[in-house]
Each structure stands twice: as structure tokens, then as C-alpha cells.
Design a protein around this ligand. Structure first.
Ligand code: GUE
Length: 296
């Protein structure tokens, strides 16, 4: 039986529609417009694409969008000054500093200089700690998007066996915390895991977030499992540029019960959740009720 394809692109459009409705209501009732600032240091072509796409969708949902483009050789002090200015700008509710940063900048220091209440990436240590202890946090966009798709498809995740492949701070670890919060039995696998095939084979839910093209073959997947593919890898095959995930799509789709495609799966949900987080941050900053269904 062929797997259900979880349409992240359509789901993301629905989420953005819900965000837009809330934004319109905030304007109407409170004359409040959520604002998102994106800071980009240097000009990585892939980053440019994401930043442009984020800006366009921010405006589409009725929010204020601000972009700060800084030279690749910007000093740490100058970058921190930009962040400080955004921290103190009452019209800005969300700040995203595009990663990776050029090598001379200390990523941890920069991220932790963002006001945690405006940290719509959920990367600040304060938000990491809040999420890890089950308290109200800003939740990283990609794992939040994955969680929304899983909840939408399964309803309750309680008691399911989930395997997260990858232990990064931006996807693997927060994803594991979110699944734990929804009462899954969670395993985090990584490059040193012994017998990855066996570990993956036990999972009802597989989240692949390693950044290695098509590294999960279908014969690892338990029949009927749900496969969430976080990978976005640019490869060249038969002389053509292609975007592929971390799972081998065709063979995994043949075994899985449901699977997210690349492109059109997790990626669009990441941006939708960035907008949802900005809305949530604006509501919290103004002591207004948070939108339902758009937070963890
Ligand atoms: N502080 C920070 N926060 C981020 O969230 C962040 C970041 N830095 N640095 C770069 C990565 C990458 N990222 C993506 C977002 C959307 C798509 C997306 O929408 N992809 C589409 C199209 C992909 C394409 O055609 O290139 C898809 O998968 O269907 C991809 C990648 C957010 N990132």
C-alpha cells in the first residue's frame, strides 16, 4: 500500500491563513501589528532565497517585515548593536538572525543576546531550558512544524515510539523534547548509534534530520510508520540539480503509512511556524490571549 503523502505546502498555507486571521483581529481590536525582523550577515545564496521568502510571507499575513542585511565582515559589536536596537524596538516582536553566521562571529553569544521573548527561532538558552522543563517557551520553527503535521495526521501521539535521527540544537534535540511532551517514547539516534537500522525499525514515527542526502533506506522503516523528512539537500543527478531529503523517498514511501515529501513537506511549515511564533510573541508581549493550535 502506498503511503499517505503529508502535504506540508498545503498545511503551511492553512496555518498562514489562520495567522492572517489573528493578525487582522489584533489590528481591529487592539490596533496592534506584529513585526518580524530578519538579520542576515553576508550573502549566502540559499540564505538569500529563504530570507526573501520569509519577508514576502510576513507581509502576506499582514505583519510588519524588516530586513537587516549586514556585510559578511561585520564585527560582532556592530551585529550586537543591531540586535540591541531591535530588542528595544516596541514595533518588533520577533527577531531572527539567519544561521549559519560567518566564522568570526560567536553564534551562541549572538543568539543569546536576542531578547528571549522576541526569540522566534527558540534558540536562546532561556527558551531551550523552558522547553526542556515543559514550560511556556518560544519553540524552534522546524520541530514545531513537524509536531503540527504529526498531531494533524495522528491526533494523539501518546505512547508512540518515536526515533529522531540527528542531535542538533536546532532540530533533533527540540524535536525530541516536543515528542516527549506529547508522551511519545523517544530515542535520539546519531552518527555513533550502533545498528541504526534496528533502532529505526522499531519506530512508529521517524524524524530524519541529519543533512545527509537519502541516507535512510526504505528497508529500515517499519511497515506503516510515519516518516518526517527534515533534510533539504541540493544534489546533482544525471546532470540535473535536485532537492532531496534525508530519506530515500521512493523506497520509504513504499513501506511507510505516511511520509512528508521534499520539497513541499517540512520546509514550508518552518516558515509558517516562524509567522505563528511572531504572532504568539506579539500576543504575549501585550498580555493578550495566545492563538490556539499555533503553539506547542
Ligand atoms: N535562524 C535561522 N532560522 C531558520 O529557520 C533557518 C536559518 N536560520 N537558516 C537557514 C535554515 C533553512 N530554513 C528553511 C526554511 C524554509 C525552507 C523551505 O520553505 N523550503 C521549501 C523550498 C525549498 C527550495 O526550493 O529551495 C521546501 O522544502 O519545499 C527551507 C529552509 C530555515 N532556516
Amino acid at each position: 500500500m502506498a503511503a499517505d503523502v503529508i502535504d506540508g505546502k498545503a498545511f503551511a498555507a492553512k496555518v498562514r491563513g489562520q495567522v492572517a486571521e489573528h493578525v487582522a483581529a489584533l489590528k481591529e481590536a487592539h490596533d496592534l501589528q506584529p513585526g518580524l525582523a530578519v538579520v542576515l550577515v553576508g550573502s549566502d545564496p540559499a540564505s538569500e532565497v529563504y530570507v526573501r521568502s520569509k519577508g514576502k510571507m510576513t507581509v502576506e499575513v499582514g505583519m510588519k517585515s524588516v530586513e537587516h542585511r549586514l556585510e559578511a565582515d561585520t564585527s560582532e559589536a556592530d551585529l550586537l548593536a543591531v540586535i540591541d536596537q531591535l530588542n528595544n524596538d516596541p514595533t518588533i516582536h520577533g527577531i531572527l538572525c539567519q544561521l549559519p553566521l560567518p566564522g568570526h562571529l560567536d553564534e551562541d553569544l549572538v543568539i543569546n543576546s536576542i531578547d528571549p521573548a522576541k526569540d522566534v527561532d527558540g534558540f536562546h538558552i532561556s527558551n531551550v531550558g523552558l522547553l526542556g522543563t515543559g514550560q511556556k517557551a518560544m519553540v524552534p520553527c522546524t520541530p514545531l512544524g513537524c509536531l503540527m503535521m504529526l498531531r494533524d495526521y495522528h491526533g494523539s501521539l501518546s505512547g508512540m515510539d518515536a526515533v529522531v535521527i540527528g542531535r542538533s540544537n536546532i532540530v533533533g534535540k527540540p524535536m525530541a523534547n516536543l515528542l516527549l511532551g506529547d508522551s511519545c517514547t523517544v530515542t535520539i539516534a546519531h552518527s555513533r548509534t550502533k545498528d541504526l537500522a534496528e533502532v529505526v525499525g522499531r519506530a512508529d514515527i521517524v524524524v530524519a534530520a541529519v543533512g545527509r542526502p537519502e541516507m535512510v533506506p526504505g528497508d529500515w522503516i517499519k511497515e506503516g510508520a510515519t516518516v518526517i523528512d527534515v533534510g533539504i539537500n541540493r544534489i546533482e543527478r544525471d546532470g540535473k540539480k535536485k532537492l532531496v531529503g534525508d530519506v530515500d523517498y521512493d523506497s520509504c514511501a513504499a513501506r511507510a503509512g505516511a511520509i512528508t515529501p521534499v520539497p513541499g513537506g517540512v520546509g514550508p511549515m518552518t516558515i509558517a511556524c516562524l509567522l505563528a511564533n511572531t504572532l504568539t510573541a506579539a500576543c504575549r508581549a501585550n498580555n493578550l490571549p495566545e492563538p490556539k493550535g499555533l503553539t506547542a
